[in-house]
Design a protein around this ligand. Structure first.
Ligand SMILES: C[S@@+](CC[C@H](N)C(=O)[O-])C[C@H]1O[C@@H](n2cnc3c(N)ncnc32)[C@H](O)[C@@H]1O
Length: 360
């Protein structure tokens, strides 16, 4: 595929990548959500050679076209990632680190019952306000007047933003490059609405927004910490029995958190659990491996290549698996765990972490 060197992989860059290192220079940073065929980001990167641009897109097919376009233009100041926009905003950018965010023609979800699928909502605006630098901007283009109005009314309920232009919404802006979708709507005689805001001051992210996007609860130092549990159990685990007990088991179900064991696989040595963790807008499916460790011991850890984001839901899922293993045993001793203490305390009911200084 052409343009591969402009593609960054989410699993490789992880949390809060050092953009200055990736671009090998310090420069203003701009972010586009839903780059489509890449026309807009390429044009912006050509116009503003002194700035760095990151774009994300959920469709692999159009992402391929965008990569080819960057290659054609031999641009060194753009990188693209196959990633969802809100997740990218939360995971890839530190607080107050972006100079400007562009969103051109987000899916309007016009039906009333689908409206909650819209990308821009109140929670998104809180997140945006946190990630933008002071005086950083957000520019959105849409052919859907009601979407623009809705965002405008949400903004009015938030302190800390001011209009980018003389007003929040305009129907034309000089510098706008007409993207594929802009051309499509204009050729149909539709009006395009531009909504522009500037961040005046920082707004604290409320806790409910962190429940909506649980990546926001992960502290920076936790992002590199492997999730590992080592325990001793008797009698020795009979994997066949565990397969029957846990296959399809819903380990946790609450409004914003759902944990399920979709399937299990085993051989003489190890057991693999295919796990689903849905938390707010983040959905993660990954394997967890249970394998022998030392004398009579076992290790429970996400499978090497899967690397789920270490959200509270992932920690909780691991602890709930330990809980169900413990329930079937006459002897269970947790030797080491990097899972959150609050879950270990609540579900395993042990003081093991207090007795073992250094293993928190
Ligand atoms: C209507 S098209 C607009 C494409 C381009 N911005 C333009 O103006 O021509 C919307 C694009 O956003 C992408 N998209 C939709 N939701 C997204 C999300 N949550 N994160 C990233 N990309 C998204 C779609 O795959 C699609 O390519």
């Amino acid at each position: 595929m052409s343009g591969l060197k402009y593609l960054l992989r989410e699993e490789e860059i992880g949390f809060f990548p050092k953009w200055e290192k990736i671009f090998e220079r310090k420069a203003p940073l701009f972010f586009e959500i839903g780059v489509g065929n890449g026309e807009f980001i390429v044009e912006m990167a050509r116009r503003m050679k002194e700035s760095n641009f990151i774009g994300v897109e959920v469709s692999k097919e159009v992402l391929r076209k965008a990569l080819a376009k960057i290659e054609e233009n031999r641009l060194t100041n753009v990188r693209l990632i196959h990633m969802e926009g809100t997740k990218a905003l939360a995971k890839l950018f530190e607080s107050e680190s972006i100079d400007g965010v562009f969103l051109n023609f987000p899916d309007p979800w016009p039906k009333k019952r689908h409206k909650k699928r819209r990308l821009v909502n109140l929670a998104f605006l809180y997140l945006l306000s946190d990630r933008l630098k002071k005086d950083g901007f957000f520019q959105m283009a849409t052919d859907h007047p009601e979407y623009a109005e809705e965002v405008y009314s949400l903004l009015k309920s938030l302190e800390g933003f001011s209009p980018l232009w003389e007003d929040y919404i305009k129907t034309s802006i000089d510098e706008f490059y007409p993207t594929k979708y802009a051309r499509k709507w204009l050729s149909q005689g539709k009006t395009i609405y531009f909504l522009g805001i500037k961040k005046r001051e920082k707004i604290e992210i409320p806790d409910w927004v962190k429940d909506w996007c649980p990546l926001l609860k992960i502290r920076k130092e936790e992002t590199a910490l492997p999730i590992v549990n080592i325990f001793k159990i008797r009698p020795k685990l009979n994997f066949l029995e565990w397969v029957a007990k846990l296959r399809g088991a819903e380990l946790y179900k609450e409004k914003l958190l759902f944990i399920k064991v979709l399937d299990l696989f085993y051989n003489e040595e190890s057991l693999l659990l295919d796990l689903l963790v849905e938390e707010g807008i983040i959905r993660q499916r990954f394997f967890v491996k249970l394998s022998p460790y030392g004398d009579e011991g076992y290790m429970l850890t996400p499978y090497d290549s899967d690397k789920p984001d270490p959200t509270e839901g992932v920690h909780l899922a691991m602890v709930l698996i330990l809980k169900s293993l413990k329930e079937g045993a006459f002897y269970f001793e947790l030797k080491k765990s990097t899972c959150k203490e609050k879950f270990l305390k609540r579900f395993l009911g042990e003081n093991w972490f207090e007795d073992r200084a250094g293993v928190k």
